[in-house]
Design a binder for this molecule. Structure first.
Ligand code: GRF
Length: 202
């Protein structure tokens, strides 16, 4: 069996996706989270990592060389952005091209881009009268919320939904989809061709 892929998770907030990933990888040997990084000291994601004895780091916004050094020091194979609210410096994107994932709480390319995070996303979905929203996991490129889409899962918009209610149902699906994609990544089952990406079956 090949050694577990070494994963770094970047998170700015609560880190429920990080927690879902920790739990999935507890029983799955393909990958191991060895580093959790954040742009802010108080991020609860850091606390989740510390409780598990996983290394944590604060990364200065925009400091590409030091982010690359940090990732290389920890021999990181895959980077997962899970609620990371900063733009990843282009040199880091280049170094980890095809090995960096982002999760977004809508069906990209709709409802993504600068300013589209948190409840704003779900409020925009409802304001547009969409009948469905969902979750996207994509490979990261130099453009925010852009890059080859690896997997998407739909969530039906219900009558009477508020941004909070829709967010909660979307988040449940995020917690399923992100571990699936990270495990596929660790097992070498993400394929890319031109601007497309997909997961090959086990
Ligand atoms: C998630 O909705 C994720 O899709 C988005 O930021 C949120 C992070 O939530 N990028 P959490 O910190 O994992 O709870």
């Amino acid at each position: 069996m090949s050694p577990a892929a070494r994963v770094a998770v970047f998170a700015s907030g609560g880190g429920t996706n990080l927690e879902a990933l920790f739990e999935a990888l507890d029983t799955h040997p393909a990958a191991e989270i060895v580093l959790v990084a954040s742009d802010r000291e108080g991020a609860f994601a850091l606390e989740r990592a510390a409780r598990r004895g996983v290394a944590t780091a604060i990364v200065a916004h925009g400091d590409g060389p030091s982010i690359i050094e940090l990732l290389e020091t920890h021999a990181i194979g895959w980077v997962v952005l899970a609620g990371y609210l900063r733009i990843v410096p282009p040199e880091v994107v280049r170094r980890y091209r095809g090995r960096m994932l982002n999760i977004h709480p809508a069906l990209l390319p709709k409802f993504g881009g600068a300013g589209m995070y948190g409840e704003r996303v779900h409020a925009a979905v409802l304001a547009a009268g969409e009948t469905e929203s969902g979750v996207t996991v994509h490979l990261v490129d130099e453009v925010y919320d852009h890059g080859p889409i690896v997997a998407q899962r739909k969530v039906t918009v219900q009558s009477g939904d508020t941004p909070e209610r829709l967010a909660a149902r979307v988040l449940e699906v995020e917690h399923e989809l992100l571990p699936e994609v990270v495990i596929a990544a660790a097992e070498g089952r993400i394929r890319t061709k031109d601007d497309r990406a997909w997961i090959e079956d086990e």
